[in-house]
Design a protein around this ligand. Structure first.
Ligand code: HEC
Length: 214
């Protein structure tokens, strides 16, 4: 009798397992479909066709943010677009532009340093001397000399706005960092470079940079 009940329950389990393996795609009857399937619009998912269909019904629906809208937490846009090839109007004008973030405090500076080490030090060197592991005093593999922020006179006096321009759009052999760093991070990295430059200037004798002025 016991055996019989074990066999019976095994059969039931097998039958259950097999009945479950069948894929059911038919949801059966839906009572009040509006409750089962949402008719709500996802704010940013209305397609052009849907918008046109709404317009045909006399509904003016725009899911596009008002022109000039800035994402929460985002900085105001950098006002200088990239110069056309051979032109340097905006590159020169960007010298006047001041950093959009307050000078990072000591804790934010740790993050700024991290960003520099991750993104820039491979070329510009962890000491900012333009001799990172990709350049190695010309031994490469990177062919072009990266800017020497500590020793190069032209870079020591380079205004932060112009640095931002070059980091955002690239400069000669250096590519743009706009996709790796958002504008706040770019300003942070530049603040880090400036702080290191100031520290180096206060240590070095004042005569060193008069020789290298270009
Ligand atoms: C792949 C190597 C490489 C990396 C990585 C790199 N740079 Fe450069 N950078 C260069 C080279 C090469 C130059 C010199 C460009 C030139 O010929 O004027 C340069 C120049 C610069 C200049 C001076 C631009 C000018 O207007 O003259 C700044 C500022 C600068 N880099 C900042 C950065 C920052 C900030 C980062 C990290 C986000 C970075 N770079 C990452 C190679 C690099």
């Amino acid at each position: 009798m016991k055996k019989l009940s074990i066999i019976f329950s095994l059969l039931v389990i097998i039958a259950l397992v097999f009945s479950c393996s069948e894929v059911k795609r038919d949801p059966g009857r839906v009572y009040m479909p509006d409750m089962a399937y949402s008719r709500a619009y996802e704010t940013y998912s209305v397609t052009d066709e849907q918008r046109k269909a709404l317009l045909d019904q006399g509904i003016h629906y725009s899911n596009i943010p008002v022109e000039g809208t800035i994402k929460r937490g985002e900085l105001m846009p950098f006002p200088f677009p990239k110069d056309a090839q051979g032109d340097s109007t905006n590159y020169v004008a960007s010298k006047q532009f001041k950093s959009q973030i307050p000078t990072p405090d000591s804790i934010q500076m740790i993050e700024a340093e991290r960003l520099f080490l991750v993104n820039c030090a491979i070329c510009h060197g962890p000491k900012l001397d333009g001799n990172g592991p990709l350049y190695r005093q010309g031994e490469g593999p990177f062919p072009a000399a990266p800017a020497n922020f500590i020793g190069g006179a032209q870079y020591k006096s380079m205004p932060e706005g112009q640095m931002f321009y070059s980091v955002a759009y690239g400069k000669n052999k250096m590519g743009s960092y706009a996709s790796q760093l958002n504008s706040r991070q770019r300003w942070m990295v530049i603040a880090y470079i400036k702080s290191k430059q100031a520290a180096a200037a206060s240590q070095a004798p004042a005569t060193t940079d008069s020789t290298a002025k270009k």
